[in-house]
Design a protein around this ligand. Structure first.
Ligand SMILES: O=C(O)CCC(=O)C1=CC=C[C@@H](O)[C@@H]1C(=O)O
Ligand SMILES: [Mg+2]
Length: 386
């Protein structure tokens, strides 16, 4: 394929109401849309929505790096293969690369640190364009046996128990079978009140997952899960700080539910340790599941590699958005469809948080699921996503 045009457009998503987490409060998200056009006028879309608190690069670095890479890509020929996409994203110099891609990175000074959001945007746009040229949904490039639909959890963003109960009732009525609540950053009694109220409102069959965003110490996590474990939790995301894998493993050993490592995957060193079988961690899996954020991991392909390695160690995997736009969420849905297992719901129902969410698109959850469009690539219309 020949990239005849490569454009970068700033993207700002205002939230309808601030989302409070143990790691900070979000009122808007800022990033970039990447458009790649081939010689026949097809357009591949990608999105960068940096999340520095999860280990990605900053917004300015992301914009700078993407502008440089796209300037080198414009006018170039790439092989019509996934390998060409991997080579184009490869940080290694041409001498060790396999050569079907375009060495965009080697033509510019190396960025100050990891740039996963920029990698994610370029990779997604290339995969979207490649799948459109091959006439297949993007997930078929990732796995031939990709599932046609993915389970999605609802994210409850209310502050009070009453607000959460109202949201939970609406979500269950809409068909969601898994609800996610933020915990941590407040008194444990308050969190217990919120979780108890939601559990009593939805009954025993709806799955409840919590997300502490690394906000508890190891002792607080143990005390919290001793209390909250009475409300039949499916899992708890990142109960303790991201860099201490041994603490995460000790909490998992006593927890009444699966622990899912999330922020821990944002540090290459911690991710490597998580995917190794460290004898200090008993030689087995440190946690029950890993959260795949393609924006944090540098794309769908790295996400798939992490899922495969985690599965070999006995860890489950699911995908979540990085509070990003429709394009990134569409890519995440295709990754979710390609994972070895679809048992755990994906966190892709965040569109309702944004003021400018497009009214109609194929990645709006329906009855707690996203049915992937059968159209080539992501199947998104470039004009409809901003
Ligand atoms: O998982 C979901 O349902 C939505 C995504 C989500 O909760 C998050 C996205 C990005 C940052 C965090 O606030 C949070 C998370 O930690 O998983
Ligand atoms: Mg999380």
């Amino acid at each position: 394929m020949r990239i005849v045009k490569a454009t970068l457009t700033p993207l700002r998503l205002e939230l309808l109401q601030p989302l409070k987490t143990a790691r900070g409060t979000y009122s808007a998200r800022e990033g970039f849309l990447v458009r790649l056009e081939d010689e026949e006028g097809r357009v591949g879309l990608g999105e960068a929505m940096p999340l520095p608190e999860f280990g990605t690069e900053s917004l300015p670095v992301c914009g700078e790096v993407l502008a440089a890479w796209l300037s080198s890509l414009e006018g170039q020929f790439l092989g019509d293969t996934v390998r060409a996409v991997e080579d184009t994203l490869s940080p290694f110099p041409p001498t060790v690369a396999r050569g079907e891609g375009v060495r965009v990175r080697a033509r510019h000074p190396a960025p100050p640190g990891p740039v996963p959001a920029a990698e994610h945007a370029l990779e997604l746009a290339l995969l979207d364009l490649l799948a459109r040229r091959q006439g297949v949904p993007l997930c078929w490039l990732l796995a031939e046996e990709a599932r046609p639909e993915v389970l999605v959890n609802a994210l409850l963003s209310g502050e009070t128990a009453e607000a959460l109960v109202d949201e939970a009732r609406v979500a269950v009525a809409e068909g969601y079978g898994t609800l996610k609540l933020k915990v941590g950053g407040r008194a444990l009694e308050e969190d217990e009140q919120r979780v108890k109220a939601v559990r009593e409102a939805v009954g025993p069959d709806v799955k409840l997952r919590l997300d502490a965003n690394g906000g508890w110490t190891e002792l607080e996590a143990k005390r919290a899960l001793d209390k909250l474990g009475w409300y039949q939790l499916e899992l708890v995301e990142q109960p303790t700080p991201p860099d201490d894998l041994a603490a995460l493993w000790r909490v998992q050993r006593r927890a009444p539910c699966m622990v899912a490592a999330d922020e821990s995957l944002g540090s290459p060193e911690t991710l490597r340790a998580l995917l190794g079988s460290d004898p200090l961690l008993g030689g087995g899996p440190a946690v029950g599941a890993v959260v795949l954020k393609p924006m944090v991991l540098g794309g769908l392909l790295p996400g798939l590699v992490v899922a495969m390695r985690a599965a070999r160690l006995g860890m489950q995997a699911y995908v979540t958005s990085s509070l990003d736009g429709v394009v990134a969420r569409a890519g995440a849905a295709h990754l979710a469809a390609a994972l070895p297992s679809g048992a755990l719901a994906s966190g892709l129902a965040v569109g309702k948080l944004f003021k400018s969410e497009p009214a109609e698109h194929d990645y709006r959850p329906l009855h707690g699921r996203i049915r992937l469009p059968e159209t080539p690539g992501l199947g998104l219309d470039a004009g409809a996503v901003v």
